[in-house]
Design a binder for this molecule. Structure first.
Ligand code: ZN
Length: 252
């Protein structure tokens, strides 16, 4: 049984209230110890930035699994901690209510620090979460130099126009240091390597913008192509784009 408490996401980011990594590790440890003691069983916790499901628990065998938003790491109110225990164990209405109140009181923490003003987008889609894809590509191909770039799914815009070429699958906004990916790619039918290829392409833009500021010339210069081709699945992605992409979507 998995329980979920969804909540819409809020507008006001307060990045400075986020814990540092070291604090988080300590808080996570403390929370796990507390829950194990109270539940009398082993507990595994996954911390997320997910704004749709802030808390879910499931029990498999002798172990409880928690997926919870990082806002819970700083929770020291005993009524909230007790509610977490009761939610996992008994799923009482009282526990759900207390947790909802708590989430409501921390609404301002629901927005990742990386997001930027009005262009804020969310990285977790229905099928793909772009942030871990971005982070992995950043580590693999850009020496983790693009940490200040944000990424998110574009808004629900429907594909317009009859030709698939009119669809822009990704975009990089230099002033905002923001990458947006077209939500049409957030589907099971689209293979992960293709989403990665589109993200990687935009990351090359971000990388070149960073390293060669205001360099005039073609958008996709030879250096761009060279970097783009370093992506391990570049050829496969090109082939998929030509052969499969047109059949995936109805552009009429
Ligand atoms: Zn491009």
């Amino acid at each position: 049984m998995a329980e979920q408490l969804p909540l819409p996401f809020a507008e006001n980011p307060a990045p400075d209230e986020r814990s540092t990594d070291r604090e988080r590790v300590l808080q996570l440890h403390q929370l796990r110890c507390y829950l194990e003691k109270r539940l009398g069983r082993a507990v595994e916790i996954t911390v997320t930035d997910n704004r749709r499901s802030m808390l879910s628990t499931t029990r498999r065998g002798e172990r409880y699994y928690f997926r919870l938003h990082h806002m819970f790491l700083g929770a020291d109110d005993p009524t909230v901690l007790t509610a977490l225990v009761d939610f996992a164990h008994l799923n009482t209405e009282r526990a759900r209510l207390r947790i909802r109140q708590f989430i409501e009181s921390r609404r301002h923490m629901l927005q990742p620090a990386r997001e930027v003003g009005q262009l804020a987008t969310r990285s977790d889609g229905e099928v793909y979460d772009l942030q871990p894809i971005f982070d992995q590509l950043d580590a693999d191909y850009f020496d983790s130099s693009l940490g200040d770039v944000s990424i998110g799914w574009g808004r629900n815009g429907r594909a317009r126009g009859k030709h698939r070429r009119s669809i822009r699958l990704g975009a990089y906004f230099p002033k905002k240091r923001l990458i947006r990916i077209h939500p049409l790619l957030d589907r099971e039918i689209v293979p992960r390597f293709f989403v990665e290829a589109v993200v990687h392409h935009e990351m090359v833009h971000a990388f070149l913008h960073q390293t060669q500021r205001a360099r005039p010339g073609r958008v996709h210069c030879s250096l761009f192509r060279e970097l783009e081709q370093k992506f391990a699945h570049h050829e496969a992605a090109r082939a998929w784009e030509l052969e499969e992409l047109p059949t995936c979507f109805d552009f009429e």
